[in-house]
Design a protein around this ligand. Structure first.
Ligand code: UDP
Length: 306
């Protein structure tokens, strides 16, 4: 099979590609966030922004992963964030349409905004500030979903949308300034720096280990009968950020102290996935506990942090 994977050199893409070694893959990535990418012999790499990319080549699968998913990163680059999730979605959809490919999009739990129903099911419409600081990400992901469903309705394209929730694991960028909570806390703990908590730390997230994400993604790609489906790929187990900080301090044996900072604007107070649809359609649920996943992630971080 031939795959086109936008953002294939990034955190999620680099893990996914490991499980697609029997296929021919073209990766389009601008390396804006990618850092730990191994170029296997079945992969051709094109360094370009997906919104500028065009080709007449044909593919069996088109997977659009390219995005800046870190809030601290995307709020610095809001225009670029919106372009990969609008023009980039359009370009990849057109390539899929001309190839009659299966199209898969990694949307985000961010489409739910400050959800009022936790764990959140796919049929919840979301509560999103359209002009807030996070809107460049939330609204462009929502636009992408609407555009993808339009291709499904107008052209009958085989589209599949997943909404990942806080995926973590090895190969998240280790540099603390990048900002995802798991990688930042591990970095700070291993360096003996203060662990920075925004707000009171009572906000929650439900974390998914990257190998569980890969398993769900492969099932979404290769299961028949998923045309037009939108599926949460996440965990239903909520963890408070303060509890995550304490777990990481314990697991690393760190002497780091906790430092409280002002809350981030529009930071969703709670987040967890209702995964009944993933269980039903994919026969999938996460297997790796937070403690187990953190241990594996910490081991990897120890190897890359100087
Ligand atoms: N967070 C924190 N300290 C940090 C980074 C993040 O307290 O140094 C919190 C953040 O406020 C949010 C949660 O951790 O409530 C998850 O943040 P992340 O940037 O990983 O992504 P999000 O889930 O908000 O998209």
């Amino acid at each position: 099979m031939r795959f086109l994977i936008s953002g294939g050199a990034g955190f999620l893409g680099s893990h996914l590609i490991e499980y697609l070694r029997d296929h021919e893959i073209v990766v389009v990535d601008d390396f804006s966030t990618a850092k730990y990418f191994e170029l296997y012999s079945n992969v051709k790499l094109i360094k370009e922004k997906i919104e500028n990319f065009n080709t007449n080549e044909k593919f069996d699968y088109v997977i659009h992963l390219a995005a800046r998913p870190s809030p601290e990163d995307y709020t610095k680059y809001p225009v670029e964030t919106m372009l990969s999730n609008s023009l980039g979605t359009y370009r990849t959809l057109e390539i899929a349409r001309k190839s009659d490919a299966i199209y898969m999009y990694t949307s985000s739990s961010e489409v739910y905004g400050n959800a009022e129903i936790i764990p959140t099911p796919e049929d919840y419409w979301g509560k999103v500030n359209p002009i807030g600081i996070r809107s460049c990400y939330d609204e462009s992901k929502r636009f992408s979903e609407a555009l993808i469903m339009s291709y499904y309705r107008e052209y009958g394209l085989d589209v599949r949308i997943q909404r990942p929730f806080n995926v973590y694991g090895p190969r998240l960028r280790e540099d603390g300034s990048y900002g995802r909570v798991v990688s930042r806390f591990i970095y700070q703990a291993l360096k003996g720096e203060d662990i920075t908590i925004y707000g009171d730390g009572k906000q929650t997230r439900a974390f998914l280990y990257v190998e569980d994400w890969v398993e769900a993604t492969l099932k979404m790609l290769f299961t028949k009968g998923l045309k037009g489906e939108v599926i949460n790929i996440g965990s239903d187990k909520e963890t408070r950020i303060i509890d995550l900080a304490n777990m990481i301090i314990t697991l690393t044996g760190s002497k780091s102290k906790i430092r409280y900072l002002p809350p981030r604007p529009d930071d969703p107070p709670r987040r967890a996935a209702d995964i009944s649809k993933a269980k039903r359609l994919l026969n999938w649920e996460p297997k790796i506990s937070l403690e187990e996943g953190l241990k594996k992630t910490i081991e990897w971080f120890k190897g890359v942090i100087k």
